[in-house]
Design a protein around this ligand. Sequence first.
Ligand code: 2NL
Length: 354
Amino acid sequence: MDSLRATWLERIGNAGDEAALEEIRVAAIGKKGEISLKMRELGKMTPEERQTAGPALNALKDEVNSALAAKKQALADAALDARLQAEWLDVTLPARHRRVGTIHPVSQVTEEVTAIFADMGFSVAEGPQIETDWYNFDALNIPGHHPARAEMDTFYTHRAEGDNRPPHVLRTHTSPVQIRHMEAHGAPCRVIAPGRVYRADYDQTHTPMFHQVEGLAIDRDLSMANLKWVLEEFFTAYFGTKVKTRFRASHFPFTEPSAEVDIQCSFEGGTVKVGEGDGWLEVLGSGMVHPKVLQAAGVDPAEWQGFAFGMGIDRIAMLKYGIPDLRAFFDSDLRWLRHYGFSALQVPAVHSGV
Ligand code: 2NL
């Protein structure tokens, strides 16, 4: 009996997994198990023999049963320990950054444009987006009765009851920035004024806020020839290929003479390609600064002259990056940015995660 006990307890102790343990259970106390068979033999024993062997076998069966249960639990605990060792997760680690922001094409193009003009000696001027009608209109030779003022779809601010001063306006162009620059710094000057401008207009090709970059160069003997060189230099640098330009006579109140400028492009298969083909696309207005504008900005037109130009940033961003619809710029779903190759901003990691 003692060796029977020792044998089974040892085998249970050595079982490597649940399957082995089950085999041992069947072999020990299953229907045809060794201990079960021994119990069946009790009937053939003498009453005396049965008196000791019966309780001993019952006790052994109980002991084997509990040993099996204990071993089963031990195996399960060991399996769990092994999983915990292998599959741990440190919930105290700082979160990994998900890069979701991207640089906006308009911001990127503004930087590109700024860099190109910087190479030609232009610095950046900035000014208020809410202007007086003097800086936005009068100083630019657009008097109150001038049709250009009505055509500009201006946003006006409200004055308080009884306040009869003319209302402020949301600037309709960045020209007022250049007027302020000339007033503050005089001539000579070379500046560009990129920024937001506002017109009450909304359709497929117009949004009430858009971006413009204007340029201004004032010196003693600047001419349209200098304007042409600067613009051709700009377009070639910006589009990365030689771009032909076409100057067409035009009219603006703030320049005389004035020219609208087209760039060479092809229209094939519904896409516009700049710098090839024999098509033309209007991208810019320009001219020699009107003497009255110089005068209004405190620059003596008898001594100084220069050129100015203005173009839409959104427009040239669309042309360079092949974005077909202006309204994409104002869409809150930013997946299109990735489509046009504007990659995620590289956000510096605050924590040094794994
Ligand atoms: C256009 C036309 C233009 C200017 C802007 C300008 C600024 C000053 C003096 C004179 Cl301070 N002119 N700016 C000149 C010609 C055209 O913009 O169609 N822009 C999209």
